[in-house]
Design a protein around this ligand. Structure first.
Ligand code: NAD
Ligand code: UDP
Length: 360
């Protein structure tokens, strides 16, 4: 990418006379991650100027390599625990996604995870206040912990262990919701909170230990499929494109959409059933083995999406088998080249200084 492509110029949001939305200057923290890279792609495709801020803790430059061809995309290496770089353009919107998301990753440095949730939120909110930007925070179904109410509605306050191995993430995300809400009350910054339920699709990190990526990779390699516990715990899996549509609808929603909104696919299945479906779809010879259930693993999870349906007109469109087919195809590409996605040669050029543009 040539340096002139990296000139940053603020583009303010304006509605055109024909009812279309003019290009906006949008920041995505965590833009090199699984969800962030899909969100950046969607926003670029709509003609916006996108700045992705990421420290590549769990994300990869390869995830946004295709976007680097656009002169409306900038990848900035920066840790959101630190104040967002001054030099960046004024933003109209900020999506705050930066945070390790899989249990394996967020538990590997729990103190840091909790701090990313808290300090990252404060830095994003201060920047939003300075720029007059609208901000959307990526929260999670983990705020419900191991829920006693099923399915989970947004007014359920949750059942969360404050001192378990998942607490750094669950309580960090709960605290971030509080910060976002109070900051909005005190400063007038317009804030949206999305509670994301388990989402899957291409560009999930192969090493992050989440169930969909683990089972697909194990099935493709003919390894044992590692079902934790008896596999009777449930999850409700949403395909990434559906989730991103929900993000965008929530961001542009008006003041009537106040408070957290669940976005997820209410189709609930057991983990054991998921293993069987993936074995069948991949034609794998893998066998299911049972390993101990992790501490505080939620037993059931399913979103009540009434608010998303009525307030945003949103509902999932992609059935599980269709989404899994696309995800299996993606991981099959990675598998054949032992870690390098087919067609993407990731060139990692670590920036010397925090806040620098990364040329991909
Ligand atoms: P991911 O790990 O693929 O992406 C997270 C991104 O944030 C990575 O690119 C990572 O490098 C970046 N990051 C982490 N710490 C950072 C820091 N201190 N400074 C700058 N960048 C940092 O995870 P994901 O699945 O894409 O999740 C994105 C967001 O959505 C997270 O906030 C997560 O909590 C939330 N979420 C995801 C799911 C899901 O099913 N994928 C479910 C609930 C909530
Ligand atoms: N899980 C499993 N085998 C794996 C990975 C995960 O049985 O190899 C289970 C895990 O115990 C949990 C469910 O699958 O019950 C979803 O796990 P994931 O880490 O994907 O997400 P989360 O627990 O955050 O919902």
């Amino acid at each position: 990418m040539s340096p002139q492509h990296k000139v940053t110029r603020p583009v303010r949001q304006t509605r055109t006379g024909r009812g279309t939305v003019a290009p906006k200057s949008i920041c995505v923290t965590g833009g090199a991650g699984f969800l962030g890279s899909h969100l950046c792609a969607r926003l670029i495709s709509e003609g916006h100027r996108v700045t992705s801020i990421d420290n590549f803790h769990t994300g990869r430059p390869a995830n946004v390599a295709a976007l680097a061809r656009s002169n409306r995309f900038e990848m900035v290496e920066h840790d959101v625990i630190d104040t967002l770089p001054e030099r960046l353009p004024a933003f109209d919107e900020i999506y705050n996604l930066a945070c390790p998301a899989s249990p394996v990753h967020y538990q590997s440095d729990p103190v840091r995870t909790a701090l990313i949730c808290a300090e990252g939120a404060v830095n994003v909110l201060r920047r939003a206040e300075r720029d007059g930007a609208k901000v959307m925070h990526a929260s999670t179904s983990e705020v419900y912990g191991d829920p006693e109410i099923h399915p989970q509605r947004e007014d359920y306050c949750g059942n969360v262990n404050t001192v378990g191995p998942r607490s750094c993430y669950d309580e960090g995300k709960r605290f971030a919701e509080t910060l976002f809400t109070d900051f909005a009350r005190q400063s007038g910054v317009v804030v949206k909170i999305v509670r994301i339920f388990n989402t899957y699709g291409p560009r999930m990190q192969p090493d992050d230990g989440r169930v969909v990526s683990n089972f697909i990779l194990q099935a493709l390699r003919g390894d044992d499929i590692t079902v934790y516990g008896q596999g009777e715990q449930t999850r409700s899996f949403c395909y990434v494109d559906d989730l991103i549509e929900g993000f965008v609808r929530l961001m542009v929603s008006g003041p009537e959409v106040d408070g957290p909104v669940n976005i997820g696919n209410p189709a609930e299945i057991t983990v054991g059933e998921l293993a069987r479906i993936i074995i069948e779809m991949t034609g794998s010879s893998s066998k299911i083995v049972h390993l101990p259930l992790p501490v505080d693993d939620p037993r059931r999870r399913r979103p009540d999406i009434t608010r998303a349906r009525t307030l945003l007109g949103w509902g999932p469109q992609v059935p599980l088998t269709e989404g899994l087919e696309k995800t299996i195809r993606y991981f099959a590409g990675i598998n054949q080249t032992q870690g390098q996605p087919l067609g993407h040669a990731p060139v990692f050029a670590p920036a010397a200084q925090s806040g620098s543009t990364v040329h991909i």
